[in-house]
Design a binder for this molecule. Sequence first.
Ligand code: 5RP
Length: 237
Amino acid sequence: MTHPISPIFPVTPNLSQDALKTLVGQAALKYVVPGEIVGVGTGSTVNKFIDALATIKDQIKGAVSSSEASTARLKALGITVFEAADVETLSVYIDGADEIDHHGHMVKGGGAALTREKIVAAQSDKFVCIADESKLVDHLGAFPLPVEVVPMATARVIRQFAALGGVGRVRLKEGQALVTDNGQHIVDVTGLKITDPVAFELQVSQWPGVVTVGVFAFQKAQVCLLGTSSGVKTLTF
Ligand code: 5RP
């Protein structure tokens, strides 16, 4: 599939990755609908968006957040945070990605927030992905695929990935298995080439003990604001 690419910001050569994240975080403001609640993802790029959102906080009702970390940042900046369960639909969800392909399919979960991210994305009409150009790929699978798993199932899930040619490892934090906001573990899987993201997400989501697989094919992006050395480009899918 092809997608139109149009620069919306002037050429900005030699910007650091951090500066590109700031640019796309700011560019995402134009998708925020005044008077509404905005869906907010997780990660270093989203942190830039949250900082930008704080400058227009009086123009929005608040946010639904995808992680404890984003909730803390939103609240610290004076933005009201609503529970996802108390809001039926959101017009827009803004989040980063670890990889995004040319169809808007993504790998997410590098920040271990994939389950809540998928939930908030599912209740949103539009997913706007904000990312620097290193995240754009032809095929998903180079970034280790995060999968949130109930702890008693991790060994079995790792064996199931081995049968697909992948190597799974439980993510550690300070020497212990990382515990997500939902009390589960993360298995990161390397060695996968995900040629059919829809089929892959469907398959892995059915394995017992898998809470969420980090492939976002059903909750794919409709727009990607990509930070590049020639400015912020808008990809539509
Ligand atoms: C968190 C995510 C993030 O969106 C993803 O890891 C990208 O993060 P960053 O903007 O820090 O590169 O999925 O679970």
